[in-house]
Design a protein around this ligand. Sequence first.
Ligand SMILES: [Zn+2]
Ligand SMILES: [Zn+2]
Length: 267
Amino acid sequence: VVCGDRVNVGVFFWVRSAAFVLASAVAWGLQRLSPHAGSTGSLGVNLPLFAVGAAATAAICGSCALAVAAWAETEAIGLLHHLRLASGLETLFVVAFLDLLSYAWHRANHSWSLLWRFHQVHHSDGEFTVSTGVRFHPGELLLSVPVRLAGIIAVGATPVQVLVFESLFAIANLVEHGDIDLPPALERAAGRVLVLPAHHRRHHSRDGDDLKRNFGTIFIVWDRMLATFRASASYDRVDVGLPGEVECRTLSDALRLPLRALPGLRQ
Ligand SMILES: [Zn+2]
Ligand SMILES: [Zn+2]
């Protein structure tokens, strides 16, 4: 599959797709096995929006993360070329670096009004289920592409490391949006390091103050370190959705939502 540190576009696509399918299966399975609120999900909006977003990103940047990583590797650009880390540690460093960048980008989405117009579509889901994890306006997805590419170049990630990061990110994203209750002991232990559904459910609260908490995707440590952490457990009930009454019942409603400036922006 992998020859040296080279991955071809086909392998990159299939491994990333397999990780996504696996992540969806695990998240849906946990949701059925141990439901939190028993929500069925806003599939009528989330799935078409996912299809539009996937088509838009595939058309504009199908494998540009791979191309950029291969280029940075050939040119020996990026932070990793100046650090002498063991290869396992290098991968962990890349995952942590790109996850921290994603934290910063998510926080910016709650701070800058233009970004919030797009990101509010993600928060406009009145239910919190695995499918919420693919509810993103194509505008938000496309705006995030240059940020991710800049991060890959800055850290000097190889194509394999990008693949590992993107697979872990997909798993974390889908599982933490799940309507899932975890056993308290597991939640306490894993929740010291990882973002769990209860943390991210809190981020989706209608309460404006909770919107400024728990921005992480893989590691919760960034929120803990940067004072945006709010503890949350499976037994906490959270009223999810945007502050105020927002009707977003169709794909077209969701696509047009950025035209409306809604409350919820982080002050
Ligand atoms: Zn958010
Ligand atoms: Zn979310």
